[in-house]
Design a protein around this ligand. Structure first.
Ligand SMILES: [Zn+2]
Length: 497
């Protein structure tokens, strides 16, 4: 590419001619670049999974239509990632009037100072180049956001110093929106924005003017406005002023990954799993599935608030914590390999409990207990997937004739394997988990423990609070906790994993 022009006259004769970009809006630029990417068959939103047939085609339509749009969805549905990904449809860089606070197009300057400058300096007006990364502005809407934050304020000091009239736009201190001129402005949680700011946004979109402290200011800004909102906040009456809603070209609903497999690929991409250290690190596939399934179970659980949702960040941070728990055990027990076990998923409960909001019934049960039940449900479901039609009767029988086993969560792989080997039939079907008889102790022990945990999840065998497994029939009713109030009320904290 030829060297970048540094003055308006050079710009005119370059690839960024007035004919090409003089009247081109941001939305036209996005459209053109998007079309080009599609012609080349490029991936439009690299790193976004599970939206190929739903969200991405709808966003594509919105951009091709040059629409402002809103993403409606619950937390942890990659809304921010998608909006930030829009910068990939911008030119790598665009020319601006050098030093302009609102990145004026050199051919069509908006601000008074640039217009004056071009009038005086003409073809010698200096040009600067704005990279696309600087053309994305994001703001979380909160009720205390003001017109000054968003649009701007009249600066009386600037006015006095320059001898300007107050209504002169040279006295404006620009807010976020004008600073996003020629770029993308994203407002998260739009319904939380005060009504009068929404009116301001509407005016900018509709008329290109706005009143600041009662002074009318003309600002025909060139921006793509994108928003996010929780669908319920958005549809609830009165939270979004109708004329603004009317100007948002498309409403696009996001969703959680439709399948566990898609969820797992998102989690695998986001979770920090490449740990440094001398030990081999392995996260068995069935453990990944259990972790992902916990999120799926949570999203279906009636005791968890559906309105706030269960973010994809739950399986991501849980998986990281599961691996850390395995690391901790391996280092303490001097194991040569770090291989996660189901017991590590229980150790990761602190990374789950903050990621769902409980309904009343859930509050009564307590977040930790809910998390334990989710894990048990997830193990049960994953177990069924791997072991349909597998007969574990010999294992169950071993317990029924009096076998008992204690599996402390921090035992070394060799210790655990030694214990587990006593159980007849336990190692007969591990091939279903991709485990071979010559795999090392850590891998075999984890797989066998998963089988026991699965049998427990399906109530074929019992398990004590201290991770001891025994026959289901021998289970005695749990002693009643004297602190437990009769007829419900808050259940006291008790460990029973
Ligand atoms: Zn300017």
């Amino acid at each position: 590419m030829s060297p970048q022009p540094t003055i308006l006259g050079e710009l005119r004769r370059s690839a960024w001619s007035e004919e090409r970009i003089g009247a081109r809006t941001v939305r036209q630029e996005l459209r053109e670049n998007l079309l080009q990417k599609m012609e080349k068959g490029e991936s439009l939103f690299p790193g976004v999974h599970g939206y190929e047939d739903t969200v991405i085609p709808q966003i594509t339509n919105a951009l091709l239509s040059r629409h402002h749009f809103i993403l409606l969805g619950l937390r942890g549905q990659a809304k921010s990632r998608i909006l930030r990904g829009l910068i990939n449809f911008l030119d790598p860089q665009v020319p601006v009037v050098a030093g302009c606070e609102i990145h004026d197009n050199p051919y069509r300057p908006l601000c008074r100072s640039c217009r004056d400058r071009v009038a005086v300096e003409g073809e010698a007006t200096p040009i600067a180049w704005l990279p696309r990364e600087q053309r994305y502005v994001e703001k979380l809407a909160t009720p205390d956001v003001t017109i000054a934050d968003m649009i701007g304020d009249i600066d009386p000091i600037k006015a006095a110093r320059g001898g300007h009239n107050l209504s002169d736009e040279l006295t404006i201190h620009y807010g976020l929106l004008p600073r996003a001129n020629r770029g993308i402005f994203a407002i998260n949680e739009l319904p939380d924005l005060a009504g009068k700011i929404q009116v301001g946004l509407f005016n900018i979109m509709q008329e290109g003017d706005i009143q600041i402290k009662g002074y009318p200011v003309r600002m025909a800004l060139d921006v793509l406005l994108v928003f996010t909102a929780n669908p319920e906040d958005y549809t609830a009456r009165g939270k979004i002023i109708t004329p603004l809603k009317d100007r948002i070209g498309s409403e696009i609903r996001t969703h959680y990954p439709p399948t566990v497999t898609e969820g797992m690929s998102i989690t695998a991409q986001e979770a920090w799993m490449k740990r440094e250290g001398k030990r081999r690190v392995e996260m068995p596939e069935y453990i990944r599935e259990v972790v992902e399934e916990v999120a799926f179970q949570a999203r279906e659980d009636k005791r968890i608030d559906r309105r706030s949702g269960v973010s994809q960040r739950l399986p991501i941070s849980t998986l990281e914590n599961v691996l850390s728990s395995a690391e901790q055990r391996a280092v303490r027990s001097r194991d040569s390999a770090v291989v996660a076990r189901v017991s590590d998923v229980y150790s990761a409960i602190p990374s789950m409990t903050g990621k769902f909001e409980l309904e009343y019934e859930g509050e009564m049960r307590g977040a930790e207990n809910i998390a334990r039940e989710l894990i048990r449900g997830a193990v049960g479901k994953t177990f069924t997937k791997y072991f349909t039609n597998v007969n574990f009767q010999p294992v169950v029988q071993w317990f029924e004739i009096g076998g008992e086993l204690k599996v402390p969560a921090n035992s070394s792989s060799a210790d655990l394997l030694g214990q587990l080997k006593k159980i007849q039939g336990l190692f007969d079907h591990l091939a279903a988990l991709g485990v071979r008889s010559n795999d090392d102790a850590a891998i075999q022990a984890s797989a066998a423990e998963f089988v026991l945990e699965g049998l427990w999840a399906h109530k074929r065998i019992s398990r004590s609070e201290e991770r001891g497994y025994f026959a289901e029939a021998r289970k005695t009713p749990e002693p009643r906790d004297p602190r437990e109030p009769a007829g419900g009320g808050r259940v006291p904290r008790r460990q029973f994993n």
